[in-house]
Design a protein around this ligand. Structure first.
Ligand SMILES: Cc1cc2nc3c(=O)[nH]c(=O)nc-3n(C[C@H](O)[C@H](O)[C@H](O)COP(=O)(O)O)c2cc1C
Length: 175
């Protein structure tokens, strides 16, 4: 398997150590140009991304996540879901989490393609984060995504050891 996309997908990893190196604004704009084209239910695009790269806000946002490693990130992106824009199915299911997951996946893969690294963070204090950013009720912080140049290397065999085998997650024409 050697498509461009497969090679990119296996290069992405959860980076938990970043270099003390800023990301220039043009690079950030290029990154979000890829995020911008993400698909979403009914093309609602119920997202907003707050790029935090200045103090004191950066430390305030980092304080929403208890793990020390986040301190090394020069940038934290706060991915917000907009509940007034998101599409709802007839049974009431809101799709904001699905849409945000797609956009954040574009972010993590595009960042990898640009030599940057990321990590999803969902185990954070979303209420505190909403307060810090003074968010209106219809915007929820869905994830924090630290972003930077990596200071560590991924385990090269992680997909062999840490992923379920294909035959346990795939079936044809029924379960
Ligand atoms: C929705 C989601 C939430 C996650 N939340 C956290 C988190 O709060 N903290 C953390 O260290 N990693 C978090 N991760 C990273 C996962 O642990 C990681 O993606 C998984 O172990 C696979 O490793 P890899 O990303 O290096 O391939 C999250 C990943 C996803 C997709």
């Amino acid at each position: 398997m050697s498509t461009l996309f497969h090679n990119l997908a296996i290069r992405r990893y959860s980076c938990r150590s970043y270099l003390n190196k800023a990301i220039d604004k043009d690079t950030l704009i290029d990154l979000f140009e890829t995020v911008r084209v993400s698909p979403s239910a009914a093309n609602a695009q119920p997202w907003h991304f707050v790029v935090v790269n200045q103090q004191p806000l950066l430390n305030q946002v980092k304080s929403c996540y208890a793990k020390h490693w986040v301190q090394s990130a020069p940038v934290v992106v706060v991915a917000l879901g907009n509940h007034t824009e998101s599409w709802r199915r007839a049974d009431g299911k809101e799709h904001v989490d699905v849409d945000l997951a797609i956009a954040i996946d574009h972010l993590t893969l595009a960042a990898t393609d640009m030599g940057l690294a990321t990590c999803w963070i969902c185990k954070f204090d979303a209420f505190k984060c909403a307060e810090i950013l003074n968010l209106p009720k219809h915007l929820s912080p869905i994830a924090l995504i630290p972003l930077g140049y990596p200071a560590d290397l991924p385990d090269t065999n992680r997909h062999g050891k840490q992923r379920k085998p294909l035959d346990s997650i795939l079936s044809f024409n029924g379960l």
